[in-house]
Every structure is written in structure tokens, then in C-alpha cells.
Design a protein around this ligand. Structure first.
Ligand code: HC1
Length: 579
């Protein structure tokens, strides 16, 4: 440990701490803009400069490590004045369009800083008027992601996460000096790049330069069509995060309020994607067992994360046969709604619209994939993110925290704890193991909590899991950089039986469509971990925790699909991939 002084206070911290982190220990908040823990640690915005006695230049506190005897001043009049001028320069190159920016007035880190630093509009107004009037750069609005380079402050967080964490490398700095922008190769539209639509760039953006492609207008069109029977479904991870948009604590499970709010928005039925997650386990578990027993292609790799699927198609086309042929749960539910349920309620599938509320931007792209339809009907008509549905709830003037709890509609709203934990890294694998263990041993196993595959700290979790007389070598990777490293090992011949991959670090709880927590929160709280805890709590409280015990799923097979893996199940619930 080292001993230093910050603003006259004695501080004792481990020697690998930065000044920024040490200052936090004594409740001193140094402003930052580009810094984001584990994502962007390059000190380029200069907002966090501090004075260190004996050092000639001011130091970026987000990268400068502490040292024994160091004397640091974080808020001298000169530093405060410098930070204010620095911020005014950044603002002078940023359009004054806060009213129409989806980051809203509280979420934008730039605006928050401007408010707290008493910036003087007159100092940057003239240049800003020119920028606002000209809106020089074209907005790139793709299937999943919208990029507005006019609102970009060149902090490089998006580049860092895309290159270093996700190893996708779809965006980078183009040009130099005043012409510098963040863009794709040759500044082509994002949809023509190698982007996999994961939306992690959105989650780290401090301003509104990156957002999901908005489908809200499409939603209002569908909703007001009197001839459409409009069904909504909600992904597991949405319920663990939606409350944050209404100032509720991170990790609050708002399932009941969410259902009530969706009903108030006017949906005809509110179904649960968790129910289809149970269905996925039936199909994927059967696929795993068949591949193990019949010498099929191993490892079997999960297929519910569409960002991962696109990444695999781009980077590991030789492994597409390893992917489970199962559609992702919300696509399965769409297909079941437009067949089994449509028959039940006597409607033609074309009269039904299925809208998925997802924590994920890649689901927007997935819903449009041409393979994901049955007899010409897309399984899912529209995908809205958690953020978009929050905006709608706000637009309706609904006091969300005050709502009473509602219940999902029957029959496609009954789910198990196994379906709920899909939203956290390791959850799909754990859910599958609960079912596979019972099927292989022929009895109800007590093994329900597979702690080896839980958790967000390790990007790659590996475990040997013994079921009856077989031992499965399993791995769960979250974040595409971890997936890439694991796939390289598989490619070089290392044996695994079952692999779960989620494109987003932490799994869907941290999906690109989830509430954007600013760096002032993310630097100190593991947001994904808190959201995941809500899902595991809900799993624990559910009196059914294994997918094959879900009475709705049993009924669905009995009445309609036959056996898992049947011809009908394949027609509705399975798909294929292309390099
Ligand atoms: Fe996910 Fe899935 S868990 S992919 O992470 O398999 O988005 O939440 O809906 O479909 O169930 C996302 C979450 C989600 C699907 C399920």
C-alpha cells in the first residue's frame, strides 16, 4: 500500500490505484468524460487533470498511478478554470439540440458536466450556432444502430469497446485535426460494416451520438391499426433494468409493474419471452443429448444471442455447424404465437403483430433476418429496446413506480426460474443442465444451482460437469473478445461438449438496449451484477425451476408439437446460418 495526500487529506490505498480511484476513497469526485472503467482508460479528454507536487505538467488522474508520498491537488482555482475552458471548447463543437436528444437532460454526461461546471454559454455560443444550423455530417441510421457524428465528442469510448472488448473493430477514428470523426471503414453506412449490432458502443457513449434505431413510429402505426391483434413479449433481462429509467435502484425486479404498464399502453396480450426460453431448453437440450449420444458435432454452441451469431458468421464460418439450430426464444415465441396460439384464438397469423421488448439492439436486426419466418410470416414484427419502451411509458404519462403489479397473460406467460436466468451470462447453460441432468439420469436431480457457470467477473467460465456416468466439458463466454479467444481454442482442437456465448459482457442484462448508466455510476458499481442478482432472486423464488416442468410447455408438446425435435418443432423453432 502507499500513503499519499489528496487535497490535504491522508489517503492509504493499494499501489495499483490511480489518483482518480484514490480520491474516490476520500469522497472527492474528480470530473471525467472519456474515462470508463475497463473500457477506455487513455486520458484523452483532459477533464480529470490534477496537480501533483514535483511533476512539471498536470496529470490525467484516470491513468496516473498513486505513489508513496505523493501530494495531489484536484480542485485549485487554476484547475477549475482550465476544466471549464476545456469543456467550453468541447461544447463549442457540439450542437445545442438537447431538446430533441434521446439521451435526455439527465443521462447526457456532457450536459451534466456543463451544468455542474458553470460553463458560460456566451463563450461557445457563436461557433455552436453555426454547427447546430449546419448539422454538417450525415446521420447514419442502420437496422439496429443510429450514429450521429454531430453529437460525438471524440472521447473514443465506443472505439475502445468495439476494438478491445468486443474485438469487432467496426469503427475507428477517421481523418485528423478538426476533421476528425468516428466512423466505419471509408465512412460507409454502419450496416455495410462488420458491426454485429451488439450496441455496446451505445451503452458507453457519454452523449446521444449513438442510439438504437428507433422503431417507435412503427410501433404507433401497428398499435392504431384496428385490424391487428397486437401481442407484446418481454425478454428476461428487461424486468431487471426497466425500473432504472424511472429512478428506481439498479437491480430492482419490476416484472409486475412492467406488465401493468404494457397493458396500459394498449397491447391485446402480454406474454413472456421466459416461457419461450423454457421451450428453447427443451429443443436445445434434446439437441445436445442427441449430439452426445449419436456422435454429432461438438461442442454444441448456444444460438440465442444474435450479435454472437453474426460475429460467428463473419469470423468463424467453419464453426456454423457447431451452433445450435434453435431459434432464439423470442423468435420461437413469435412462431408459436402465429401458429399454435393463432389457431387457439381463431385468427389468421397475418392479423397478429408480435412486438418484442428486448434489452438488445441486435434483436432488431435478427427479427428482419429472412430465415426467421414460417410460411412467409416473420416470427417477430418489431423489436423495441428497454429504453424505447421506457420512453413510451413516459409519453403515456404513466407513473411507473406507483403501478400495481400485473400478471402475464395465459397461456404463454407462465415460465420457470430456468427461463428467467437466460438474461445473465451462464444462465442458458445452467437452465439446459437442469433439464439435461433429469433426462439423462431419468430422475429429478437435486442439482439446480450450477454456481460454476454464474458470475460476471470472469469473462470465460469453464467447468467439468458430471451427470450420471458422463462428464461434460462446458464453457460460458460473455463479451465477444472472450468468445473469440474461446473459439480459437476450439478451432485448434481443444475439446468442449457445450458452450454458451453471449455477445454482451455480462449477458443480456448489459445488452445494448438497456438503460444507459453514466460513467459516474459504471466506474464504481457493477451494474450487470446487480441486474443479474434480480434474475437469480426471481429464479430462487419461483416454485418451478426446471424448464421441462413448465406446465405450458408440456401442454404445447402434447397438444401441438409432439416431441422435442419433432418435424413440426423443426419447422417452427429451428433455423440455419450462412457464412
Ligand atoms: Fe436475451 Fe434471450 S436471454 S437473448 O439474452 O435467449 O436480448 O434477456 O430475450 O430471445 O429468453 C436478449 C435477454 C432474450 C432471447 C431469452
Amino acid at each position: 500500500r502507499v500513503q499519499l495526500t489528496i487535497d490535504g487529506m491522508d489517503v492509504n490505498v493499494p499501489e495499483d490505484y490511480t489518483i482518480l480511484k484514490a480520491a474516490k476513497e476520500v469522497n472527492i469526485k474528480i470530473p471525467t468524460l472519456c474515462f470508463l472503467k475497463d473500457v477506455c482508460e487513455i486520458g484523452c479528454c483532459r477533464m480529470c487533470l490534477v496537480e501533483v507536487e514535483g511533476m512539471k505538467n498536470w496529470q490525467a488522474s484516470c491513468v496516473q498511478k498513486v505513489a508513496d508520498g505523493m501530494v495531489v491537488k484536484t480542485h485549485t482555482p487554476d484547475i477549475l478554470n482550465f476544466r471549464k475552458k476545456n469543456l467550453e471548447l468541447i461544447l463549442s463543437n457540439h450542437p445545442a439540440m438537447c431538446q430533441s436528444c434521446n439521451r435526455g437532460s439527465t443521462g447526457c454526461e456532457l450536459k451534466t458536466l456543463a451544468n455542474t461546471m458553470d460553463t458560460e454559454f456566451a463563450n461557445y455560443a457563436i461557433n455552436q450556432e453555426v454547427i447546430t444550423a449546419n448539422q454538417v455530417m450525415e446521420v447514419d441510421d442502420g437496422i439496429s444502430i443510429m450514429r450521429d457524428p454531430n453529437r460525438c465528442i471524440l472521447c473514443r469510448r465506443c472505439i475502445s469497446i468495439c476494438h478491445n472488448v468486443q474485438t469487432v473493430g467496426a469503427i475507428d477514428v477517421i481523418n485528423r485535426g478538426f476533421s476528425t470523426v468516428v466512423g466505419t471503414t471509408f465512412n460507409r453506412p454502419i450496416d455495410e460494416s462488420r458491426c454485429v449490432n451488439c450496441g455496446q458502443c451505445i451503452n458507453v457513449c457519454p452523449t446521444g451520438a449513438l442510439q438504437e434505431h428507433s422503431n417507435m413510429d412503427d410501433f404507433w402505426e401497428i398499435l392504431k391499426d384496428p385490424d391487428r391483434f397486437v401481442i407484446v413479449q418481454t425478454a428476461p433481462a428487461v424486468r431487471a433494468a426497466l425500473g432504472e429509467e424511472f429512478d428506481m435502484p439498479i437491480g430492482t425486479d419490476v416484472t409486475g409493474k412492467m406488465v401493468t404498464a404494457l397493458r396500459m399502453l394498449g397491447f391485446d396480450k402480454v406474454f413472456d419471452t421466459d416461457t419461450a426460453a423454457d421451450l428453447t431448453i427443451m429443443e436445445e437440450g434434446t439437441e445436445l443429448i442427441k449430439r452426445i449420444q449419436n456422435g454429432g458435432k461438438l461442442p454444441l454452441i448456444t444460438s440465442c444471442s444474435p450479435g454472437w451469431i453474426k460475429f460467428c458468421e463473419h469470423n468463424f464460418p467453419d464453426m456454423l455447424d457447431n451452433l445450435s439450430s434453435c431459434k432464439s426464444p423470442h423468435e420461437m415465441l413469435g412462431a408459436v404465437i402465429k401458429s399454435y396460439y393463432a389457431e387457439k384464438i381463431g385468427k389468421d397469423p397475418s392479423q397478429i403483430a408480435v412486438i418484442s421488448i428486448m434489452p438488445c439492439t441486435a434483436k432488431k436486426y435478427e427479427a428482419q433476418r429472412e430465415e426467421l419466418n414460417v410460411d412467409g410470416q416473420q416470427d417477430v414484427d418489431l423489436v423495441l429496446t428497454t429504453r424505447e419502451v421506457a420512453r413510451m411509458i413516459q409519453a403515456f404519462g404513466i407513473d411507473f413506480p406507483a403501478l400495481p403489479d400485473g400478471e402475464f397473460d395465459n397461456p404463454l406467460g407462465i415460465s420457470t426460474g430456468a427461463g428467467t436466468i437466460f438474461g445473465a451470462s451462464g444462465g442458458v447453460m445452467e437452465a439446459a443442465l437442469r433439464t439435461v441432468a433429469d433426462v439423462l439420469t431419468g430422475m429429478s436431480s437435486d442439482s439446480i444451482d450450477y454456481m460454476q457457470v454464474r458470475g460476471q467477473e470472469e469473462g470465460l467460465k469453464e467447468a467439468e460437469i458430471t451427470i450420471g456416468d458422463i462428464t461434460l466439458k462446458a464453457a460460458a463466454a460473455h463479451g465477444l473478445g472472450n468468445a473469440r479467444a474461446l473459439m480459437e481454442r476450439v478451432r485448434s482442437g481443444e475439446h468442449f461438449d457445450f458452450i454458451e456465448v453471449m455477445a454482451c459482457p455480462g449477458g443480456c442484462v448489459n445488452g445494448g438496449g438497456q438503460p444507459q448508466q453514466p460513467s459516474s455510476v459504471r466506474n464504481w458499481v457493477n451494474v450487470g451484477e446487480e441486474r443479474a442478482k434480480a434474475l437469480y432472486r426471481s429464479d430462487h423464488e419461483n416454485f418451478i425451476r426446471k424448464s421441462h416442468k413448465n406446465p405450458v410447455i408440456k401442454e404445447l408438446y402434447k397438444e401441438y408439437l409432439g416431441e422435442p425435435g419433432s418435424e413440426k418443432a423443426h419447422k417452427l423453432l429451428h433455423t440455419h446460418y450462412h457464412p
